[in-house]
Design a protein around this ligand. Structure first.
Ligand code: UTP
Length: 417
């Protein structure tokens, strides 16, 4: 990061900046105070990093598919009641000791949902927002354990003020305020398909959150990691904000991982069909990982074993647990970037396109699951979809508030649970 305003020479001499010379020209057309502010903003952008990400993405067009092999899993429904009770008791013992924290990753842009505000503020029709549902579940668990679970909520630069204001307006959903910790993830400029950065409004660079993998750097930078250490946390539960059935800090999962000897665990559900748009678990070059649906070659997505089950059929529901010791290591490692195409208004450079109908911008982000490669083993617990997974991704159709509400009602009826 540069601290001073960039100079014209930089935009000529440095190839990474030369590609962004249109931004320098834009600045020259601004009146004085705006010009300085815009140049200051420009100086904070990782121009050289974006140039290498763009170059890598172009080279990756001919990338080989991942060397994937199946990851084993334990199926919850095949366990005896005694085993499940044993895992649950073990998980509760951790909760009672105050050894568990919960992290909600709520910094996404929710572009597919198109809701005006942070996704967590959405009520799918149950009479409580997604944030409120998570608070209710954590409150109940904390009460049963006799110890409040510290709750770390990741926001983005863009949705942070609205998220915090929403909690304040709702009296923190009666959760102890001193046990809630908001922290912001980083952001990165978006690019046009030719690698140039752009503005999405007058004087405003188009930037987006750096992906849910930004959680590690953000935990370390914000002091949240230090706070966990101080509180004696040993296990951290991670989830997204957009699963209306997420079981927060599920004691069964906590017991399952702590007894397994692994330093990390994830829940999965069986994929409904080969084309379902979810990431799947597998071993990538022998190490634990997840492959996103858009990166999984179709022959692997359709591959079935002798019993007819999908070989890569364990869908990621963003319900993970990591040991603090491993989290501390991961926080200091870099994760690979994935490129996605998004619809973003372009104000400058011309031709302006404020309401694109098709994806027109490149977004680079890291994914939390790319950190699993740093674990020797990841214990996977396959759960029942109708008890644990009601994704809220799209405004209509599959994985929408309407489908999530139907799943919620089928499980809980009119109860707030
Ligand atoms: P998604 O990958 O579904 O992304 O996030 P999204 O931003 O919510 O939605 P789209 O793709 O723009 O439509 C999965 C989970 O990861 C969080 C989201 O808030 C969600 O809980 N996330 C995603 C972040 O916290 N930060 C990010 O940068 C991206």
């Amino acid at each position: 990061m540069r601290n001073q305003s960039p100079s014209e020479n930089l935009f000529v001499d440095n190839p990474a900046y030369a590609k962004q010379a249109h931004l320098w020209e834009y600045a020259q057309g601004l009146p004085s105070p705006e010009k300085e502010a815009f140049l200051r903003e420009l100086s904070a952008l990782p121009v050289e990093c974006m140039a290498s990400l763009y170059a890598e993405s172009q080279a990756a067009q001919s990338k080989q598919p991942p060397v994937l092999s199946p990851a084993g899993f334990s199926e919850k429904k095949s366990q005896t009641p005694e085993t499940l009770a044993f895992w649950e008791a073990e998980g509760f013992a951790l909760l009672e000791k105050g050894a568990v924290a919960a992290v909600t990753m709520a910094g996404g842009q929710g572009t597919r949902l198109g809701f005006d505000g942070p996704k967590g503020c959405l009520d799918i029709g149950v009479g409580a927002s997604l944030f409120a549902l998570q608070a209710i579940r954590l409150s109940k668990l904390s009460a049963r354990a006799g110890k409040t679970i510290p709750w770390y909520i990741m926001t983005s630069e863009e949705n942070h003020p609205q998220t915090v204001a929403f909690f304040e307006e709702n009296a923190y959903f009666s959760y102890p305020k001193e046990d809630i910790f908001f922290f912001r993830q980083g952001c990165l400029p978006l690019l046009l398909p030719d690698g140039r950065m752009f503005l999405n409004a007058p004087g405003r660079m188009a930037v987006g959150p750096d992906g849910n993998g930004g959680v590690f750097a953000a935990l370390a930078k914000s002091g949240a990691l230090e706070d966990m250490r101080r509180r004696g946390v040993a296990w951290i539960f991670f989830c997204g904000i957009d699963n209306a059935l997420v079981k927060m800090a599920d004691p069964v999962l906590l017991g399952f991982v702590s007894l397994s000897g692994a330093k990390g665990a994830s829940k999965s559900v069986a994929k409904t069909d080969p084309s379902e748009r979810v990431g799947v678990f597998g071993l990538i070059s022998g190490r634990p990982g997840i492959v996103e649906y858009f990166e999984l070659p179709s022959e692997l997505a359709n591959l079935r074993d002798e019993q007819g089950s999908l070989v890569y059929g364990d869908a990621n529901i963003i319900s993970h647990v990591l040991a603090l010791s491993v989290l501390e290591e991961i926080c200091h490692k870099g994760l690979p970037y994935h490129m996605a195409r998004k619809k973003e208004p372009v104000f400058f450079p011309n031709p302006a396109n404020l309401q694109p109908e098709a994806p027109n911008a490149l977004k680079f982000e890291t994914f939390i699951f790319d950190a699993f490669v740093f674990l020797d083993e990841m214990a996977i617990l396959r759960c029942e979809r109708n008890e644990e997974f009601a994704p809220v991704k799209n405004s209509q159709g599959a994985d929408s508030p309407a489908t999530a509400l139907a799943l919620y009602r089928a499980l809980y009826g009119d109860m707030l649970a």
